[in-house]
Design a protein around this ligand. Structure first.
Ligand code: HEM
Length: 207
C-alpha cells in the first residue's frame, strides 16, 4: 500500500505542485525548479524504486527502465541547470553563492559522473581486474544514494529560496518536505536492504 500507492502519489504530487507553481516557459527561470524537481525527485526516485522486489517486472525490463529514467533525469537536470546558470549570466548575478546553489551544483556534477560510471555496470568484464561484479554493484548503489541525498538536500534548500517562499504557504512547504521525507525514507530502506543482500553474497564468495 505504502510503496504501491502512497509513494507514487507523493512523487506525482511534488512534481505536479512545483511544476504548476513554476509555470515552465513563463520565464527562463521557470524551467529551473520544474526540471530539477522532475529530474532529481520524479525520475531519479522512480528509477530506484522500480528496482524493488515488489515491482513485478522482469530483471531485463527493470534494468532498461532504470537506464531510461536515469538518462532522462540527466537531460532534465541539464535543462534545469542551464536555465538558472544562463538566467544568472543575463542578470549579471554571481554563481553558487547559496547553500542551495552549492549543494545543487555538486549534485549535478556527481549525477553526471554517476551516469557515466553507471554505464560500466553493463560491461562488468572490463572492471573485473579491479572490482568484482558485487563490489561494483555496491559502489554503484552507494554513489547513487549519495547523489540522491545531495539532490534531495538541494531540493529542500530550494524550498527556502526567496522565490519559493513568495509562492507557497508554510503549510504547502511542510507538506512538500513531509512527502519528500517519505520518499527518501522508502528509498534508503530499499537500498539498505539491497546492500545487506549484496554483503551476504559477497561473504559467500569469499568463504
Ligand atoms: C531538485 C534539485 C535542484 C538542484 C540540483 C538545483 C540546483 C541549483 C543550482 C546549481 C543553482 C545555482 C546556479 C548558479 O548559481 O549559477 C540554483 C539556484 C537556484 N535555485 Fe535551484 N536546484 C534544485 C531545485 C530547486 C527548486 C525546487 C527551487 C524552487 C522551488 C529552486 C530555486 C532556485 C533559485 C531561486 C535559485 C537562485 C538563487 C540561488 O542561487 O540560491 N531550485 N539551483
Amino acid at each position: 500500500m505504502i510503496r504501491g500507492v502512497v509513494i507514487p502519489a507523493a512523487l506525482a504530487g511534488i512534481v505536479g505542485y512545483i511544476g504548476i507553481l513554476a509555470k515552465p516557459s513563463s520565464s527562463l527561470f521557470s524551467y529551473h525548479p520544474a526540471f530539477m524537481t522532475l529530474a532529481f525527485i520524479g525520475m531519479l526516485s522512480s528509477a530506484v524504486l522500480l528496482l524493488n522486489r515488489d515491482v513485478k517486472l522482469s530483471r531485463r525490463s527493470k534494468t532498461f527502465l532504470h537506464w531510461l529514467l536515469n538518462g532522462l533525469a540527466g537531460i532534465a537536470a541539464a535543462v534545469g541547470f542551464g536555465s538558472i546558470y544562463y538566467n544568472k549570466e543575463l542578470n549579471n548575478k554571481p554563481h553558487f553563492t547559496s547553500w542551495h546553489g552549492l549543494i545543487g551544483a555538486t549534485a549535478c556534477a556527481l549525477l553526471l559522473s554517476q551516469l557515466t560510471f553507471g554505464g560500466i555496470m553493463n560491461y562488468p568484464q572490463y572492471a573485473k581486474p579491479v572490482l568484482s561484479y558485487s563490489a561494483l554493484r555496491r559502489c554503484h548503489a552507494i554513489s547513487g544514494t549519495t547523489v540522491y541525498l545531495l539532490g534531495s538536500g538541494a531540493f529542500i534548500f530550494g524550498l527556502f529560496t526567496t522565490w519559493f517562499q513568495s509562492q507557497a504557504s508554510a503549510l504547502a512547504i511542510i507538506t512538500v518536505i513531509g512527502a519528500q521525507a517519505l520518499v527518501l525514507g522508502s528509498i534508503l530502506q530499499q537500498v539498505w536492504k539491497g546492500l545487506g543482500v549484496l554483503n551476504k553474497s559477497w561473504k559467500n564468495v569469499k568463504n
